[in-house]
Design a protein around this ligand. Structure first.
Ligand code: MOS
Length: 755
């Protein structure tokens, strides 16, 4: 049935409405977890280890405890042992940890990295707690730590665990050696990416409040149900006794995807002192105890015939993890599917270091992996004297080369064309160093972007009130990404009401269960559930109208009814109809509820689902000083249905900005002797500021994908960063003839290039 144009023109999905939470944020009304006003609040400050490996010999807390206002100093000596962890240890540490991640909950005297939480001071005020924390005197029996990734490479071992519980850490097809023997050109090089730290604007923060045997946590998290599970299991209490609230999150990028030590410690401390406790990490404390991107060393081997046809493709990635937990950056995953090559091998190895356990950081794997792969493709293009886009098109994967499955949709060819056109790729003289602007060497580079289109089971409730208002409930999260806004749009369209009639409730375990807001899955997962819940409510409304003898729509066929601006009418004659208010008041004045669960089905077996894009960078490199400035960037993406071009573009701007930081600045530096995080603040840990960010143009290829999910959206939180570091590195090579294979690309590397 064709949709009347009047209804289509009213559709809110696909329009650039402003963020519905914008006014709350710009007026300071939005409350973040650390800002919740709680009576009788006490303040927890974490004391961190000052060595990277060893045991605590003695902790002197006398001075700290004597300070007026100090309520408790929790140390491994006096902190109650957690039954859950004791049982886990007794059973040999097998199976899933009750704490999820390997946390530091003051259960023993061992130190595994510099900055590990070793004590917690709780006081009446933040200032007293800070001062008391500085008075805790600790002596250690220190062992020699392993800090240097490069030095520790010989200890690398194969990662055995399935990646995200699904994918094998290794892959192999065809015969790599035969492919190399068949090649006219070969690239065999090593790329490295450094440790990076998320540095969201909002610090990690948790407030814990016990009421009887129930605890409420206001936590800066991407995963309220996940935090609930971790806290419940750690403390051996039923999950129903834990409520987690996260209404607003000031940036997360994967760092807030796990419940880290301070979250459980807040609950333990609040129980200990019998008062609500707030722990807010300092910027410095966000280096180490709450994850970051690990160091990667990636070996890429490519073989190709003269015409560019790939004959061999190998990607072996080694990444750092901690002494207490295995965490893998799956950098070679995207390599399996990006190009059609008959002979391919990928592998992942780990190196244990005395550093904080790494974690998800924006496009974990794809961001670091595409730097290596897409740089290597550029090197191959030069070796073959081929245009980099032509080389990629020559090896275009028409189906997923890893699984053989068809793509649910793929518009990468269109992305290359659209991006190249808007960027002006045709103006590029391929000879390195050939384009100049005064003292500035001009470089143009490009790379392919990709990120999986995943989703997880999600649920939602839609409630239509007699006054015409719609309330949507789902325990998902808005990390600053626009979740509140696009869910508003989906609900408005499903129910035929204006966006201003919709209220979205997120971030509370009292709401229907939803997955972690990560992996670019939120819109596909929660958005689908909201759409289906709103459609279920719509069905009930229509059913009520057509079966109610007093309704002007009585007896109409269900499909004949449409809803426009909160009024049910007949498609044929809009004069016949009534408002939600009239219908619901006449039927008892109760709200109508729709519920839905949306989860992936068979389509995941039948199709390979990914978003793709092409990203282009122009750089200016100072001929004498080696300073690199990005002059402009263009990205073109096929990412399914775009629900809101404005918030979608913002996601891509953010991802590309993150990519510029990755390419040129971000680097968590550890002191190789002490394991201390050297640049643990945003004065010394450089991330882009406005002046570093050039004009960025983002384009979307109109893509209809009926397979990925009921709303056709692929997710755009992470694809933006992928490929960016390679596009910039490739542009730097084009400008200078110097190939930098070690991020970040800083001027010292350009002035004194390694040969
Ligand atoms: Mo993202 S790194 O999956 O939050």
């Amino acid at each position: 049935m064709s949709v009347p144009s009047a209804e289509r023109s009213r559709a809110v999905v696909g329009t650039s409405i402003n963020r519905v939470d914008g006014p709350l944020k710009v007026t300071g009304t939005a409350r973040y977890s650390a800002e919740i006003p709680i009576a009788e609040l006490a303040y927890g400050v974490i004391v961190q280890s000052e060595i990277a490996r060893g045991t605590i010999a003695h902790m002197d807390v006398t001075e700290a405890e004597q300070l007026t206002g100090v309520l408790s100093v929790m140390t491994p000596d006096n902190t109650p042992k957690l039954e859950s962890l004791q049982r886990f240890e007794r059973e040999g540490g097998k199976g899933a940890r009750p704490t999820g991640r390997a946390l530091s909950l003051l259960q023993d005297d061992r130190v595994h990295y510099n900055g590990q939480p070793i004590a917690l001071v709780i006081a009446d005020s933040f200032e007293v707690a800070m001062h008391a924390a500085s008075l805790v005197r600790t002596t250690y029996r220190a062992d020699t730590p392993t800090i240097d990734m490069v030095g520790a490479l010989p200890s690398a071992y194969p990662s055995m665990a399935k990646i995200y519980g699904r994918e094998s850490p290794t892959s192999r097809r065809g015969d790599l050696q035969a492919g190399l023997a068949d090649a006219d050109a070969c690239i065999d090089v090593v790329y490295t990416t450094p440790m990076e730290t998320h540095n969201p604007m909002e610090m990690h923060a948790t407030i814990a409040l016990w009421e009887g045997d129930k605890v409420t946590l206001w936590d800066a998290t991407q995963n309220v149900y996940g935090v609930r599970g971790t806290v419940a299991k750690s403390l051996s209490i039923p999950p129903e006794n834990v409520r987690v609230i996260s209404h607003f999150v000031g940036g997360a990028f994967g760092g807030k995807g796990s419940a880290w030590s301070h979250v459980v410690l807040a609950a333990m401390a609040a129980r200990q002192v019998g008062r609500p406790v707030k722990i807010v990490l300092t910027r410095r404390q966000m280096f180490g105890p709450v994850g970051g991107r690990p160091h990667t060393v990636q070996h890429i081997t490519l073989g190709a015939r003269r015409d560019g046809t790939l004959t061999a493709l190998r990607h072996d990635s080694t990444s750092s993890t901690s002494a207490i937990e295995e965490w893998l950056e799956p950098a070679a995953l995207a390599t399996r599917l990006l190009y059609d090559c008959p002979n391919e091998e990928t592998s992942h190895h780990l190196v244990r270091l005395n550093v904080g356990t790494p974690t998800f950081m924006r496009a974990p794997g794809e961001a670091s992996g595409t730097f290596a792969l897409e740089s290597a493709f550029d090197e191959l293009a030069y070796a073959l004297k081929m245009d980099p886009i032509a080389l990629r098109l020559k090896n275009y994967a028409e189906a997923d080369p890893d699984t053989g499955k068809p793509w649910s949709s793929k518009s990468l060819r269109e992305c290359y064309a659209l991006g190249a056109e808007h960027f002006g790729w045709a103006r590029r003289d391929p000879t390195p160093g050939s384009m100049r602007d005064g003292d500035q060497l001009v470089g143009m580079g490009m790379a392919t972007s990709t990120y999986p289109a995943r989703r997880m089971a999600a649920s939602a409730e839609a409630c239509v009130y007699p006054n015409g208002r719609v309330v949507i409930k789902a325990a998902s999260h808005d990390l600053g990404t626009g979740t509140y806004t696009v869910l508003t749009q989906l609900a408005a369209d499903a129910l035929g009401v204006a966006a201003s009639c919709v209220t979205i409730e997120l971030g509370d375990t009292n709401l229907p269960p939803n997955p972690i807001s990560a992996g670019s899955m939120t819109v596909a997962s929660t958005g689908s559930a909201v759409h289906l819940a709103a459609m279920a409510a719509r069905d009930k409304l229509v059913q009520l109208a057509v079966t109610d003898p007093d309704s002007p729509l009585h007896g109409a066929r269900h499909e004949e009814v449409e809803i426009i601006d909160g009024r049910l009418t007949l498609r044929s004659t809009a004069v016949r109809g009534e408002s939600f208010e009239q219908l619901l008041e006449r039927n008892g004045g109760r709200p109508i509820e729709g519920k839905a669960e949306a989860k992936p089905g068979d389509e995941t077996q039948q199709y390979s689902m990914h978003a793709f894009g092409a990203v282009f960078a122009e750089v200016r490199v100072d001929r004498d000083l080696g300073v690199v400035r990005v002059a402009r960037m263009v990205g073109a993406y096929g990412a399914g249905r775009v629900l809101n071009p404005k918030t979608a573009r913002s996601q891509l701007y953010g991802g590309i900005t993150f990519g510029i930081g990755m390419a040129l600045m971000e680097h968590t530096i550890t002191d190789l002797r002490s394991g201390r995080y050297v640049n643990a603040d945003i004065a010394e840990y450089h991330i882009p500021v406005h002046a570093d960010i050039p004009p960025i143009e983002v384009f979307f290829v109109d893509e209809k994908d009926e397979q990925v999910d009921p709303i056709g959206a692929k997710g755009i939180g992470e694809i933006g960063i992928t490929g960016v570091a390679a596009a910039i590195a490739n542009a730097v090579f084009h400008a200078t003839g110097i190939r930098i294979r070690e991020l970040p690309i800083t001027l010292d590397k350009l002035l004194h290039p390694k040969v």
